[in-house]
Write a protein that binds this ligand. Structure first.
Ligand code: CA
Length: 221
């Protein structure tokens, strides 16, 4: 999953980006609102983490611009502002949740999972299609024949990207976009290699190849 972090404070931004990377997210970090909007114009993101106090364009204005473009990306506000009014304006302006600074990284990650769950209409931290399920908390996969299968960070990210929309075909470049942030060098056969290793662990039927188009997991059964 690819996350856009919008934060002007270098220490906080660095800490959050590190925590996101450790949690298997691909995280792109911008330090002001204009760069946030141009990143969102050119790249698919699964979630935005938005600071409110930003230089130039204020976080609430950035939020308004995102929603004015009909971009439904899940969005979590990170704010040091303890004014109730700002928080309400954020939620009413289309944010999915907010977190008051300072916060613990574990809480940020839990709130992100909760927002993603609500958006996907599931109450549990699980993604699945009836053939394979993925526990977003333990990052383990289960199939009919095995449970609690440990995945590497990238294997988890690959399976997560596919299980968010079972039945949807993702091309190599779409998968690369979801798995790798700016500055991550992508080897030309990295996606094929990951698909091979997930199939080896979970069974070759788990990920289907659609010739010339990409890969998918079967629709819910
Ligand atoms: Ca700030």
């Amino acid at each position: 999953m690819r996350i856009l972090l919008v934060e002007d404070d270098p220490m906080i931004g660095d800490a959050i980006q590190g925590a996101l990377t450790d949690a298997s997210y691909a995280a792109d970090w911008v330090k002001d609102g204009l760069n946030a909007l141009s990143a969102l114009d050119t790249q698919h993101y699964d979630m935005v983490l938005l600071d409110l106090g930003l230089p130039g364009k204020d976080g609430l204005e950035v939020l308004a611009s995102i929603r004015a473009r009909n971009n439904p990306v899940p969005l979590l506000i990170l704010t040091a502002r303890d004014s109730l009014d700002d928080r309400l304006r954020g939620l009413d302006g289309g944010a999915d949740d907010y977190l008051l600074k300072p916060f613990d990284m574990a809480e940020l990650l839990a709130r992100m999972r909760a927002v993603l769950r609500r958006k996907s209409g599931s109450a549990l931290p699980l993604l699945g299609n009836g053939v394979v399920s993925l526990d977003l908390l333990t990052k383990q996969a289960s199939t009919d024949s095995q449970s609690g299968i440990t995945l590497s960070s990238r294997e988890f990210a690959l399976l997560q990207a596919l299980l968010i929309r079972p039945g949807a075909i993702l091309s190599r470049s779409e998968l690369e976009d979801r798995l790798y942030g700016w500055g991550n060098e992508v080897e030309s056969n990295a996606i094929e290699f990951l698909i091979h290793s997930v199939r080896r662990k979970l069974g070759s039927h788990i990920i289907k190849n659609v010739r010339g188009m990409g890969w998918m997991v079967s629709k819910n059964v």
